[in-house]
Design a protein around this ligand. Structure first.
Ligand code: ATP
Length: 300
């Protein structure tokens, strides 16, 4: 079952179409990373989901409800943490949590206590006087302690130091389980180990969306030592990206890797190979390869 679903979602700002028919589906229990270049439409998509923005066309459904009609009861099951989170600046941290505790029926005081301790939140400081990182930690603890079914995180790591990032991830993992997470981040190494699904957004559209395991299985960095120099003019298969030839060496990214198929392709295109090295790719390398190809119009 999908907790979040968008169908052909459009959002315009003036003349600029930030979302151009975005289709996205976040499975229950998953950690879905929405990735894409600056300006691709990630923040816009998340803001539509929590009804901070209305779609120009198309629709989004969140926890089975149209995003434009999220009732207080449904909103109480969604946690939203963004880089520019609006928090009550004049309240002290402790006062803010006192307020939230009364607001949410599902508030879990024990979880609140352990998050406050783990994230070392200063109780007596006014929120307006907190540093950016501490403010984000307050927002995370506040969003987790009412045990939402869905947590939407928009660039939560931006501007956080390494220790705070780790604390943040620990805070998150402490509550993993029944939680579904939708996250946008440029800090791909930080999220790679917890990500179960990836959606790659480009110019307001979904380029691909798939389980991390499938993405990991089909993407390979390939390095071939040939018996003779490769000719750069060869018509390379569309699914090979970033093809480079230096003398006897041919390197590329295979976006549809299968061992058998690759061997055949190489034999028929460039003749016998002396050695073929194939390496799995990090999410970060997948991102840079796809983003470059998308920018250069080289995607299959
Ligand atoms: P980044 O990785 O840089 O945060 P993003 O993928 O989150 O980018 P968005 O913030 O969704 O991108 O922006 C998508 C496009 O919509 C951009 O071109 C941006 O300038 C434009 N945009 C977003 N919000 C507004 C707004 N309120 N008014 C006008 N244009 C906007």
């Amino acid at each position: 079952m999908s907790l979040v679903q968008t169908e052909n979602l459009w959002r315009r700002f003036g003349r600029h179409e930030a979302l151009r028919g975005l289709t996205l589906s976040v499975p229950e229990g998953g950690v879905y990373a929405l990735i894409g270049a600056n300006g691709a439409g990630k923040t816009t998509a998340l803001r539509v989901l929590v009804n901070l923005l209305e779609p120009t066309r198309g629709a989004a459904s969140v926890l089975g409800t149209d995003s434009r009609r999220l009732s207080p009861g449904i909103l109480a099951q969604i946690g939203y943490v963004s880089e520019n989170q609006a928090l009550p600046a004049r309240l002290r941290v402790g006062e803010y949590f006192d307020y939230l505790r009364r607001l949410y029926r599902r508030w879990d005081p024990a979880l609140e206590g352990s998050l406050r301790e783990r994230l070392q939140l200063p109780q007596r400081q006014r929120i307006g006087a907190l540093s950016h990182g501490v403010r984000i930690k307050v927002a995370l603890a506040a969003a987790l302690a009412y045990r939402p079914r869905l947590l939407i995180l928009d660039e939560p790591f931006a501007g956080l130091d390494m220790l705070v990032r780790e604390e943040f991830m620990e805070g998150l993992l402490q509550q993993a389980g029944d939680l579904t997470i939708l996250i946008t981040s440029h800090e791909l190494p930080e999220i790679e180990s917890v990500t179960t699904h990836v959606g790659f957004i480009h110019l307001g559209r979904m380029l691909f969306e798939e389980p991390m395991s499938e993405l990991g299985a089909r993407m390979r960095e390939v390095r071939i030592t040939l018996a003779q120099p490769a000719s750069m003019g060869a018509p390379w298969p569309r699914e090979w990206l970033d093809v480079r030839a230096f003398g006897n060496l041919l390197t590329f990214v295979d976006t549809r890797y299968s061992e058998e198929h690759l061997g055949e392709r190489i034999r028929s295109l460039v003749g016998p190979a002396r050695q073929i090295d194939v390496a799995p790719m990090s999410l970060r390398s997948v991102f840079t390869t796809i983003a470059r190809a998308a920018r250069d119009g080289a995607l299959p």
